[in-house]
Design a protein around this ligand. Structure first.
Ligand code: NDP
Length: 287
């Protein structure tokens, strides 16, 4: 079984970012990372993103607001970041606290700065198969892993476990664009094991530690594990159990060391693209 390491895919994406940056003049593109509250998961993702952006020659600035910030005040502050010309892209750490109308913020974010594809305009572009928007980074990271590892997608059965707006749904559209035949599973799916076994490519994005055992995997399938969980011993783990996996799967991504690092590499690519598109738009404005 081939182990698909995220670091190798990230290194390829870094080269693409450097090529894009070669065409961006004047400044290192800057991402605003917007965090509300002090959730350890958010802080850890923020640190990972800051580190990856810096390693790729990009910059970031964190905007941190108190957990209790009222809805109106947050949206006022967010609008300032959204309109700031020095900000090339925005990463909003979610979910936001309950008092904030998250849907309203999704509608507010400028689509051209929307690095993680949360704006309804970017969702529509993903749905329509248009390439000039931004897909959610994790969903796109799965495609990068498959393509980067030279795994054929066209004509193959892809089974996704999970239907969230962050992973499962956009990923289904990205796979469809690559001409896969896609099945999406969720908590109401009947006989999940049998459905998963139909997948040439099986993508686990349920957020349930070790829920997919080798019994869910077809002979020769490629297994992509998006899950990030903490097991009973406090260790980071995915949704896929590795016991016996090497006897059935042809390839699999580990957790940690798989899709997670590719997600921040895609974030960096989106930021470089946002800066390039802004520059191109600026040079044609008024023409
Ligand atoms: P959500 O909780 O929003 O969605 C989980 C989905 O999985 C739901 O659609 C749910 O079904 C489905 N599901 C849960 N349990 C089962 C089950 N037993 N059988 C079948 N389907 C099930 O999670 P996210 O999409 O936000 O995240 C999924 C995982 O990916 C998490 O572990 C998260 O930490 C990780 N993640 C990783 C990232 C990365 O960079 N690698 C980035 C983002 C997330 P239903 O809709 O019916 O409830």
């Amino acid at each position: 079984m081939r182990i698909l390491k995220g670091a190798e895919i990230s290194a390829e994406i870094k080269k693409q970012v450097q090529e894009i940056l070669a065409s961006v003049s004047g400044h290192a593109p800057m991402a605003a990372i917007v965090r509300v509250g002090e959730k350890p998961d958010d802080i850890s993702y923020e640190k990972g993103a800051q580190k990856k952006l810096a390693a790729f020659g990009l910059t970031s600035q964190s905007y941190v607001f108190p957990e209790t910030i009222p809805d109106e005040e947050f949206r006022r502050e967010f609008a300032k970041i959204n309109e700031d010309k020095a900000v090339d892209g925005i990463l909003l750490l979610r979910p936001l606290p309950k008092q904030i109308d998250e849907k309203a913020v999704e509608r507010m974010i400028r689509p051209e700065k929307d690095l993680d594809g949360i704006s309804p305009i970017n969702s529509a572009k993903v749905f329509a198969g248009e390439a000039d928007g931004f897909a959610p980074c994790t969903a796109e990271a799965v495609i990068e892993v498959l393509k980067g590892a030279g795994i054929a997608i066209e004509g193959r059965r892809a089974v996704i476990v999970g239907r969230s707006m962050v992973v499962g749904r956009p990923l289904s559209m990205l796979l469809l664009k690559e001409n896969a035949t896609v099945t999406i599973c969720h908590t109401r799916t009947r006989d999940l094991k049998a459905v998963c076994k139909e997948g040439d490519i099986l993508i686990a994005a349920a957020g349930k530690a070790g829920m997919l055992t080798a019994e869910y995997v077809a002979e020769g399938a490629v297994v992509i594990d998006v899950g990030i969980n903490v097991d009973a011993d406090g260790h980071l783990c995915g949704d896929v159990k590795w016991d016996g996996l090497e006897d059935v799967a042809s390839a699999a991504t580990p957790v940690p060391g798989g899709v997670g690092g590719v997600t921040t590499a895609v974030l960096a690519k989106h930021l470089a693209l946002a800066a390039l598109r802004k520059q191109e738009k600026g040079s044609t404005a008024g023409a």
